[in-house]
Write a protein that binds this ligand. Structure first.
Ligand code: NDP
Ligand code: 2IT
Length: 449
């Protein structure tokens, strides 16, 4: 980047930081996009004159609210709920809800900002939003989770709707939570609509939505590898996390003939050099989705290594699938992965690589699929769920999977179109520019909004 362009990024970021103090993850996400976009904006002054980037970095609306609920002991608990309605230029706000004790305004703003670009890439008409609460579902009974969800929705319901804002799951919000949230919305509003996605199959959910983020991420990596005449088949893969995204990443890698050798949770990781096959994956699903236990149990059950307090990036692999949380791959981790011969990274999680780690991947010119492209299969299938709800129809598993696969291919092509640099593709730049153009053009068309 020229000195002049770099000075423009810094000047823009100084203002963002001044206006949003202490929101480190938000600054990080905006900086990555600004760095990709600035040279493009220099060549396309219409976007600069209309201050589109400055407008996109400012949420349309931020909601923060009290969530009081009563625990099983009869004690009153108070959490903080949020919904960031970031951008609705191309469709209703759309994005997940995260329930995790680390949730704060800056984290949700980074996630909502990423979501705007990601949703634009899906080719579907969805704006960007994100929400959640600093509630920790770990160790809570089903009844406590239900009472929390009901209180959360008692406030959120007045701000959302099938044509306004359509939340879904994210960390700590899966099928159980979406059920409690939907039940409360339906009761308070006396309407049965597609106001949430990730619903159960008997009450408006879509086939493949549960699998979609993991499947989509593997499809995206397969596209990147195919573009180099290679494929997942025979590849050793490291996966972090052991929740929704990680589980279905392992399932799809297995189907395509690769081998996943790690999984993790916030306590540590397991290393199974023989590979996490279908039977072991079924154990993980029962452990994590039903018993809600720790991944360490896998090591006990299958007699493999468990490493406490670390992420799996020291394990040699061909492909890495970070699928737990933000900033889980440091600069050092990225260097280790590249040194050990890692050829491709598919970001199942949102912004799992630090800013410095991303530079390592880009400089080494490996195939690096950033979250807003690689994990867009989840929200894309949410878009397909909305579509089925509007039609009051449902598609078969094969139909939804084929549409998901087509969308991932389209995202990959958009990244190639805008990210090609010689015979290498900078997918970060490609995803940022392609996502930006769609939203920016809609904003230009719609006047000063
Ligand atoms: P889940 O809650 O199902 O699983 C999260 C996993 O990540 C768990 O294994 C959890 O471990 C681990 N984890 C969470 N927070 C931390 C942390 N602070 N440090 C270390 N490990 C952590 O969530 P998902 O699988 O749905 O989400 C994973 C990632 O994928 C997130 O970044 C999310 O934003 C992203 N994503 C999710 C989509 C979806 O459709 N669900 C779509 C696109 C992206 P533990 O059990 O110990 O907390
Ligand atoms: O980060 C994400 O894209 C999600 N958590 C899924 C959002 C959605 O609306 O399905």
């Amino acid at each position: 980047m020229s000195k002049d362009v770099s000075a423009k990024v810094n000047a823009f970021m100084d203002k963002v930081i001044e206006k949003n103090p202490g929101e480190d993850e938000f600054h990080q996400a905006v900086r990555e996009v600004a760095e990709s976009l600035m040279p493009f904006l220099e060549e396309n002054p219409k976007y600069q004159e209309a201050k589109i980037l400055e407008r996109i970095a400012e949420p349309e609306r931020v909601l923060m609210f009290r969530v009081p609920w009563m625990d099983d002991k009869g004690e009153i608990q108070i959490n903080r709920g949020y919904r960031i309605e970031m951008n609705s230029a191309i469709g209703p706000y759309k994005g997940g809800l995260r329930f995790h004790p680390t949730v704060n305004l800056g984290i949700l703003k980074f996630l909502a900002f990423e979501q705007v670009f990601k949703n634009a890439l899906t080719t579907l008409p969805m704006g960007g939003g994100k929400g959640g609460a600093d509630f920790d579902p770990k160790g809570k009974s089903d009844n406590e989770v239900m009472r929390f969800c009901q209180s959360f929705m008692a406030e959120l319901q007045r701000h959302i709707g099938p044509d306004t804002d359509v939340p879904a799951g994210d960390i700590g919000v899966g099928g159980r939570e979406i059920g409690f949230l939907f039940g409360q919305y339906r009761r308070l509003r006396n309407e049965f609509t597609g106001v949430l996605t990730g619903k159960g199959l008997t009450w408006g959910g879509s086939l493949i939505r549960t699998e979609a983020t993991g499947y989509g991420c593997v499809y995206f990596v397969e596209e990147m590898l195919n573009s180099k005449g290679d494929s997942i088949k025979g590849k050793i893969c490291t996966v972090s996390g052991s929740g929704n995204v990680a589980q279905y990443t392992v399932e799809k890698v297995n189907q395509l003939g690769g081998k996943c050798v790690t999984l993790s949770d916030s306590s540590g990781y397991i290393y199974d050099p023989a590979g996490i096959d279908a039977e072991k994956l079924a154990f993980v699903m029962e452990l994590k989705n039903v018993r809600r236990g720790r991944i360490e149990e896998y090591a006990d059950k299958y007699g493999v290594k468990y490493v406490n307090g670390k992420c799996p990036w020291e394990i040699k692999c061909d492909v890495a699938f970070p699928s737990a949380t933000q900033n889980e791959i440091s600069e050092e981790d990225a260097k280790t992965l590249v040194k050990n011969g890692c050829k491709a990274v598919g970001e199942g999680a949102n912004m799992p690589t630090t800013f410095e780690g991303t530079q390592v991947f880009l400089n080494s010119k490996i195939l690096f699929g950033p979250g807003k492209a690689a994990n867009a299969g989840g929200v894309a299938t949410s878009g397909l769920e909305m579509c089925q709800n509007s039609m009051r129809m449902s598609w078969t598993r094969e139909e939804v999977d084929a549409k998901l696969h087509g969308i991932i291919k389209a995202i990959h092509s958009q990244c190639m179109q805008y990210g090609r640099e010689g015979n290498w593709v900078n997918y970060v730049k490609g995803a940022n520019i392609a996502g930006f153009i769609k939203v920016a053009d809609a904003m230009l068309d719609q006047g000063l909004v």
